[in-house]
Design a protein around this ligand. Structure first.
Ligand SMILES: Cc1cc2nc3c(=O)[nH]c(=O)nc-3n(C[C@H](O)[C@H](O)[C@H](O)COP(=O)(O)OP(=O)(O)OC[C@H]3O[C@@H](n4cnc5c(N)ncnc54)[C@H](O)[C@@H]3O)c2cc1C
Length: 447
């Protein structure tokens, strides 16, 4: 095989990393250190032709394929033992046309790349909240972030894509060419080919009022109720997320991260949040969107993670109490439960425009076990599973493809789209990948 990789290397503009090469060790690391796989090689593609060449090579040599964008998927789909990783990290170019308010993002761009390029023109598209996350991976799974209420899911702002399919064909998906494929890419993940360019609609944005409000102690329950109250009544110019944790002494902690894009005046909702019980730190201020995008920044390849989520119809008192009890049961930091609101613009988008099936939910509640010591694997995974089971009675949909581990049953993937959309996605999969070669993803099996 070494000889063959020499052949692949010479036919790529990019490079190929074999296990003996110094950069290989760093290039195989996922955000989630629970994943520790050793691919036969990593093809760092530099352009669309490279992607087609690498796809052909893997199929000729019967190598399992993993596609790597930002490396963030908690399931570790971006790396595979003994297979070929198609690594897009050299394809991070972003073009912005400020006149038509369009951005075209390379298949391996991160949110830091895209936000920096669009914000240079006071424009933005709604993305994820951590800069090193891949734009493609996040968009293809939906996309929830600081501007969801204002502008919808990330995939709602995806207006076209260039995809290399398994036979090496370059397909354009937009309203006129392959519209069914564009529909499927809005939530259906990396099932149909490798996206080399994604085209986004942009929106004007100069500044936001945002940051973090921190709460601790017995007041956290009241602060959670304030978060629920504010989210229920807020306009579309305020997005809000909340993250529940415990400190070393098992005292509950809560971060509320609002992002307001209305007038220069602070909205009345901020008074409610600031007067909620347990406030210990107020980091909310007027700031540029690039600073807002650092509110949750997280170290890459530092922790082991195991995540499970449920979309819920509301945050009842009983559910909030359950979340507080489950955080206490974790018994140690730094795991968390993240609550992301889906209020506002996602509800105004024609549901038939995208494959995602959860836009009717009020919140995404995600259990995020996070730890360092491998000896805690069983304990932490059990906590995440038991906590997700405790939330399940309030669940209104399947899992969120972007946060799912690889062990989720097919029923949860199906429920994430609904039966009709799932059948449509299976038909698309059969058309573009009938042998299920791209199966390292939240897999949609061909018919
Ligand atoms: C710290 C952190 C913060 C996050 N924040 C958010 C958030 O705010 N909002 C949110 O919605 N999600 C968020 N996520 C989840 C994230 O969107 C998903 O895990 C997503 O899959 C990551 O994409 P990636 O390219 O970084 O991952 P990778 O692991 O590189 O890729 C995951 C999978 O996506 C597919 N894929 C990636 N790129 C391509 C491509 N160009 N063509 C075809 N398929 C491709 C492949 O199937 C690949 O295996 C976060 C995850 C982490 C770890």
């Amino acid at each position: 095989m070494t000889g063959s990789f020499t052949g692949l290397r010479s036919s790529l503009t990019g490079d190929v990393l074999a296990p003996s090469e110094p950069e290989y060790e760093r290039a195989r690391v996922c955000f989630n250190l629970l994943i520790d796989r050793r691919p036969a090689a990593i093809a760092r593609c530099a352009d669309t032709d490279d992607v087609a060449t690498a796809l052909a090579f893997a199929q000729q040599h019967d190598l399992e394929i993993a596609v790597r964008g930002g490396g963030h998927n908690p399931a570790g789909h971006c790396v595979v033992d003994d297979g070929l990783v198609i690594d897009l990290s050299r394809m991070r170019n972003v073009e912005v046309d400020p006149e038509s308010r369009i951005a075209i993002s390379g298949g391996g761009a991160t949110w830091t790349d895209l936000d920096a390029a669009t914000q240079a023109h006071d424009l933005v598209t709604p993305g994820g909240v951590v800069g090193s996350t891949g734009v493609s991976g996040l968009t293809l799974g939906g996309g929830i972030g600081h501007l969801t209420a204002q502008h919808g899911l990330t995939c709602d702002n995806l207006i076209a894509a260039e995809l290399v399919t398994l036979p090496g064909e370059v397909v354009r998906a937009n309203r006129d060419e392959a519209p069914e494929l564009l529909w499927g890419l809005r939530g259906g993940g990396g099932n149909f080919g490798v996206a080399t360019r994604l085209k986004f609609r942009l929106h004007p944005l100069e500044r936001v009022i945002g940051g973090r409000l921190e709460y601790a102690g017995g007041g956290v329950r009241g602060a959670l109720h304030a978060f629920r109250y504010v989210d229920a009544g807020a306009g579309k110019d305020l997005s809000c997320q909340a993250q529940l944790r415990v400190d070393e002494g098992l005292t509950p902690e809560l971060t509320i991260a609002p992002c307001y894009t209305g007038s220069d005046e602070e909205p009345k909702e901020f008074r409610v949040l600031r007067s909620a019980p347990g406030l210990v730190s107020d980091g909310v201020r007027s700031q540029g969107f690039l600073d807002q995008q650092r509110v949750f920044d997280d170290g890459y390849g530092v922790y082991r993670h195991y995540w499970k989520n449920h979309f819920v119809g509301d945050l009842s008192d009983e559910l909030l109490d359950t979340l507080l009890e489950r955080m206490a049961a974790l018994g140690r930091p730094p795991g968390a439960i993240l609550i992301e609101s889906l209020r506002g613009a996602p509800k105004e988008v024609d549901p038939a425009s995208a494959a995602v099936g959860y836009r009717g939910a009020a919140f995404n509640v995600s259990v995020m076990a996070t730890w360092i010591d491998p000896a805690l694997d069983d304990e932490q995974i059990a906590w995440a599973r038991e906590t997700a089971a405790a939330i399940e009675p309030w669940s209104v949909s399947g899992g969120y493809a972007n946060y799912m581990q690889a062990d989720e049953p097919l029923d949860r993937v199906r429920a994430a789209f609904g039966p009709d959309s799932f059948d449509r996605l299976r038909a698309l999969k059969t058309r573009y990948d009938p042998r299920n070669i791209l199966h390292r993803n939240q897999n949609i099996p061909p018919i």
